[in-house]
Design a protein around this ligand. Structure first.
Ligand code: ADP
Length: 593
């Protein structure tokens, strides 16, 4: 019952602990989401400000584009230096003359001067660069390779800002020529690198750069990534009206596309603009700055799970890092402790219950044996008493006329009363032991003498019942400290048992020997024997084995023998086999001085 109560209590405690942990985790989650939202907003705000201030390299920024109503002007479309064909009349005329000489007349040397004058007439950087490209071509065709290379290099150095009207930087054409003429070189790669980083390259220009980059390299990967980015920017250009419906949309950040961008509105040089920030790069820098955010991610839509980040980030959800606070760990430890304590209490209760049950069973058995004992003792008393009474009455009534018959009657009366007094002695002795009143008086004595006295005492019944006792006493036995009366009683009990449980056998052995520092007394019979599983129990008080059916006794004899042996610092053992007889051995330690 208390165990059940405890179980219920512990169950409740664990349940409460769980609920508490869940609430704690929810609160922690909410706080974390709030904090993450704030951090994200601050970071994006900083990007917004940096863009407005015209900072050149803003980390995680993917796109800045001017916005006019629902139309978005992508960076590569905004180039003011775009070379718009047809150019000015003077430049066009010079170029046409040059191309006639170079291509129709096949006189590139003569075309050189025309191209030079086209260059001189050009005002826009794109025009000038284009004329120069033609000049380099004519120089090369007329065999002036070093001059041609010098021109190409100069054009390659113009960078991504000077484009033709397809928004392809003219420098790229020069790079292409140089690569064809000289083969790939490091200086060309570094020129291409500056192109890869330029935010203003159109998708077409990027594809050209990608073609010029050799094989698969990190540069190539970067350019491929840039291509994907510009393609996404082109898609955003198409979708802007739906993504950020209002030009003056205040401060919200909208998730867009794959890879995921956050798109927001800002002002650049007094004009409306849209900026896009890479979520992946943003998350990466946030996690790098704060290791506890390991596992944190931002996703769009509900499919990716996560928690909403509030109205500043509609549609954006934060996947939170694994939450494991020290409070959680404490809770887990507390739970484990509780379970362990509960298990210990349960185990103790079970052990206690088992011990109790064992005790109760033992008591019940003892009570059984006691009641058996009372009936067997009464029976034991009754038999000799009625014999004594019967023969005494016969004598009194003068029924025994012959002196020999009278002697026989008297003999029986004496024997029966001796049996009676032995039984009473056992009972008295036993009750003394039970009360704790039995004290033994150990004195140096001769065990052989004690054994002989016992044999004398049983001589008559042995003879009467036709037993042959074989007595063997070793020579030169050392004196032993004994309580002679007690030991004699023990030997008498063993001999009485040997007679009682001999069945049809009429041989009994009694041996006294000395070995390994102890005196050993053995009583040997060839009678009924004792089943193995009862050999230990027969030394318990009141216990009578299965073989005792029909044999008188009270189950006290061997308990007394064991008690006496123990009082002498010795012990008693039995070796027995059912049907072949038993040997009871008492061991007495010899004192070595
Ligand atoms: P009891 O009065 O029954 O003889 P004991 O304490 O002397 O009581 O013996 C306990 C039981 O041990 C006996 O009931 C008997 O079953 C068994 N026992 C004792 N001695 C012998 C023996 N020599 N041979 C066979 N069984 C024996």
């Amino acid at each position: 019952m208390p165990c059940l109560l405890l179980l219920a209590l512990a169950g409740r405690l664990i349940q409460q602990e769980r609920e508490l942990a869940a609430t704690r985790e929810r609160q922690h989650r909410e706080a974390l989401v709030l904090d993450l939202g704030n951090r994200l907003a601050a970071r994006l705000e900083r990007i917004r400000l940096q863009v407005s201030a015209g900072v050149a390299a803003v980390p995680a920024l993917e796109l800045i584009a001017h916005r006019d109503g629902d139309s978005l002007q992508l960076p590569w479309e905004a180039g003011s230096s775009a070379f718009l064909w047809p150019a000015s009349e003077a430049v066009r005329a010079a170029i046409a003359a040059g191309e006639r000489e170079e291509l129709a007349e096949r006189a590139p040397a003569r075309a050189i001067a025309h191209y030079r004058s086209a260059m001189a007439a050009a005002t826009a950087p794109g025009e000038k660069a284009y004329a120069r490209l033609l000049l380099a071509r004519a120089l090369h065709a007329s065999g002036r390779e070093p001059d041609a290379l010098r021109e190409y290099r100069a054009i390659a150095g113009l960078g991504p800002g000077v484009t033709d009207n397809q928004q392809i930087p003219i420098a790229l054409y020069a790079v292409e020529r140089l690569a064809a003429l000289e083969g790939p070189s490091e200086s060309l790669q570094s020129v291409l690198e500056t192109f890869a980083d330029s935010i203003e390259l159109s998708p077409a220009a990027l594809h050209l750069v990608a073609d010029l980059v050799e094989g698969t390299s990190t540069l190539r990967e970067r350019i491929d990534e840039r291509i994907r980015r510009t393609e996404q920017a082109a898609r955003l250009q198409r979708d802007i009206g739906r993504v950020l419906p209002r030009e003056d949309e205040p401060r919200a950040w909208i998730p867009y596309g794959e890879p995921l961008w956050l798109v927001g509105a800002t002002q650049v040089s007094g004009r409306n603009a849209v900026i896009a920030v890479s979520v992946e790069k943003l998350v990466r820098t946030m996690v790098a700055e704060d290791a506890t955010l390991q596992g944190f991610d931002l996703v769009a839509g509900r499919d990716g799970g996560g928690e909403s980040l509030g109205s500043a980030f509609p549609g954006l959800r934060a996947v939170l890092p694994q939450l494991r606070t020290s409070a959680d760990e404490e809770a887990v430890a507390r739970r484990h402790f509780l379970i362990a304590a509960l298990a210990a209490v349960l185990a103790t209760s079970l052990i206690a219950a088992w011990l109790l049950l064992r005790d109760v069973r033992r008591e019940v058995r003892l009570a059984d044996l006691r009641s058996q004992f009372v009936s067997s003792v009464s029976h034991e008393l009754k038999t000799p008493l009625s014999a004594i009474r019967m023969f005494a009455e016969s004598l009194r009534m003068g029924r025994a006329t012959e002196p020999q018959q009278r002697d026989e009657y008297l003999e029986i009366i004496v024997n029966e009363s001796e049996r009676l007094s032995r039984l009473l002695e056992n009972v008295l002795e036993f009750s003394k032991i039970e009360r704790g009143d039995r004290h033994y008086k150990l004195e140096w004595g001769d065990l052989a003498e004690v054994v002989r006295a016992a044999v004398r005492a049983v001589q008559y019944p042995l003879q009467q019942m036709g037993f042959r006792l074989e007595l063997e006493i070793a020579q030169d036995l050392s004196p032993v400290r004994i309580d002679a009366d007690a030991v004699e009683q023990a030997v008498l009990n063993l001999l009485a048992n040997a007679m009682k449980y001999s069945g049809t056998s009429r041989e009994i052995g009694l041996r006294l020997e000395q070995s390994a520092g102890q005196a050993i007394l053995r009583v040997i019979d060839s009678g009924l024997g004792i089943p193995l599983n009862e050999q230990e129990k027969i030394f318990e008080k009141f216990y009578r084995a299965r073989n005792s059916d029909g044999v008188s006794g009270a189950g006290l004899g061997l308990a007394l023998v064991a008690h006496i042996a123990k009082a002498h610092d010795g012990r008693v053992t039995v070796q027995s086999e059912p049907g072949r007889g038993s040997t009871f051995s008492m061991f007495f330690p010899l004192e070595t001085s």
